[in-house]
Design a protein around this ligand. Structure first.
Ligand code: NAD
Ligand code: DAU
Length: 354
């Protein structure tokens, strides 16, 4: 019957995790979702959850984790047993043009949460701070090799440097104060509710609007894609059974160059839209490369498989088909974001409500 504080629950992975958790028969507790509702936070992702569980098992709090007093109010109002910390500035391109928010939210925000957990939990051992991190902290691979939990950190963008810094703080609180913590470092997620600035939803959106599909550099950068629900099941497994003080890598074991992925995605969207399979490929356009663009990420996730019995449940074909279908069936969701309508809804229902 644990109460879980989910930070960043209105974002892509956080909202998928909340949906996932309410579908688990071994979760009977409450979720407190603390989210600042930045451009990436969209409570529309959780409409059905609000409707079903509001005021009994689901509580939303508009909170900036970088403001100590705001996050302190959550600890005063609720008894928290687990913290599952998703909240972050998450887009690499934005960290290149404006790194300051990344330092604020990802580093100071994580520090605030750790301090409050330490002060309010004191010596409790039946609690957990689970930190969601990324494979980007490990740097960039050449043509071969994998990231292991033991790989030395080598972050190369302001985003990954801020995530690396927060990972170090989390482990420091374990070693120094004995705070029960776990960390997961995950590869690229895809699936429903992903903000259309990230590769897959951006490209689907542009195809549907017949806009160009911008591929950075030579398009040969490699990412390891994981269906978001499989990330959620990995996190839940770690929370329940992971060894405290340990890091677990979670990956798709599913490497694709950007350009190969895009070609397949074009075909999947074409099938759904009843077009010739090559129809959207003419929109592919090579553009200037991302500054400091990491060449290849590839996760070794043997540890979580061997120790916790986790495995991926969806292969890439299935995952992409579900994803493409979801965006096409939920066109209004995308339109609300593109038109800014979702912000008006947030203003009306969330920003002026406290
Ligand atoms: P997202 O950008 O979709 O969502 C981030 C959420 O955090 C939003 O709801 C936003 O409003 C909230 N937020 C931002 N700043 C905040 C603040 N100061 N206080 C409170 N809430 C704030 O991100 P995502 O893709 O869902 O990523 C979630 C986590 O997973 C991040 O920590 C990210 O680093 C990590 N991660 C993401 C991926 C991926 O492929 N998307 C892969 C590995 C790890
Ligand atoms: O690896 C995990 C990380 O994956 C997470 O920690 C980040 O939060 C998440 O945003 C993601 O980072 P990437 O930079 O890998 O994701 P993005 O979708 O931005 O880009 C994927 C690849 O596609 C990357 O090589 C850059 C390229 N790309 C991206 C965009 C948006 C393009 O070629 N064109 C584009 O328009």
């Amino acid at each position: 019957m644990n109460n879980i504080l989910v930070t960043g629950g209105c974002g892509f992975i956080g909202s998928n995790f909340i949906h996932y958790l309410f579908n688990q028969s071994d979760f009977k507790g409450k979720i407190i979702n603390a989210d600042k509702l930045t451009y990436a936070g969209n409570p529309e992702n959780l409409k059905s959850i609000e409707k079903k569980y509001s005021d009994s098992r689901y509580f939303f709090e508009k909170i900036d984790i970088a403001k100590f007093s705001e996050i302190e109010s959550i600890f005063e109002k609720y008894e928290i047993d687990y913290i599952i910390h998703f909240a972050a500035e998450s887009h690499v391109d934005r960290s290149i043009t404006g790194p300051s928010e990344f330092i604020h939210t990802n580093i100071v925000g994580t520090f605030n949460l750790l301090e409050l957990a330490r002060k309010s939990w004191k010596d409790r051992k039946d609690v957990l701070f689970h930190h969601i991190s990324t494979d980007e902290v490990y740097g960039s691979l050449g043509d071969t090799g994998y990231f292991y939990e033991t790989t030395l950190y080598d972050p190369r963008s302001p985003y990954s440097a801020s995530k690396a810094s927060s990972d170090h703080l989390v482990m420091a609180y374990f070693h120094t104060y004995g705070l029960p913590v776990t960390i997961s470092n995950c590869s690229n997620n895809y699936g429903p509710y992903q903000f259309p600035e990230k590769l897959i939803p951006l490209m689907i959106n542009n195809m549907l609007e017949e806009k160009s599909l911008p591929v950075y550099g030579d398009g040969k950068n490699v990412r390891d894609w994981l269906y978001v629900e499989d990330h959620c099941s990995g996190i839940w497994e770690i929370v329940k059974n992971g060894k405290r003080g340990e890091t677990y890598n979670i990956g798709g074991e599913n490497e694709w160059t950007n350009v190969d992925l895009l070609n397949i995605l074009c075909e999947k969207v074409a099938v759904e839209k009843g077009k010739d399979k090559d129809y959207y490929k003419k929109l592919i356009m090579f553009v200037k490369d991302r500054a400091g663009h990491d060449r290849r990420y590839a996760i070794n996730c043997d540890k979580i498989k061997a120790e916790l019995g986790w495995k991926q449940s969806v292969n890439f074909e299935q995952g992409l088909e579900i994803t493409v279908k979801w965006y096409i069936d939920n066109l209004q969701w995308m339109k609300n974001i593109n038109s800014g309508e979702y912000r008006k809804w947030i203003e009306k229902n969330y920003l002026n409500r406290q």
